[in-house]
Design a protein around this ligand. Sequence first.
Ligand code: FES
Length: 161
Amino acid sequence: MAINYGKKVMQYFLHPKNVGEIPNADGVGKVGNITCGDIMWIYIRIGKKKIKGKEDDYIQDIRFKTLGCAAAIATSSVVTELAKGKTIREAMKITNQDVVRRLGGLPPVKHHCSLLAEDGLTEAIYDYLKKNKKPVPEELEMKHKRILKSEEHFHDKFQKC
Ligand code: FES
């Protein structure tokens, strides 16, 4: 079945931003989709900046690696662009709907690809907070548990990585 992607999706697919890995990243998120088998890694480097006189963590650098469809690559790229420069608290609020909006829409059959991007970012942030013994907001903890559950199914089905 041919998929009709919009112009922006094709632009991001053909010229994705922030591709690659961050050596010794401060946080890494790895997620997979149980239905299609696509996999995504998000790497974050955290810096400190002063906001209203208070020091806060922010996403100084972010990169991704994705084995997947055109939409998975485009949404990975967009989520890195949306998150770069944001504080951790701001980045946690980024949703797959924000990603879809930035892409000017996705075919309905490809909406799950945008969820993979949101989940990858969530997991990278979660990994950073946990590694650094920082408090994890309840909402993030719940999201992490939901992702973890689908990861278990993913491994059972694909036995990858
Ligand atoms: Fe599954 Fe794109 S088809 S992430």
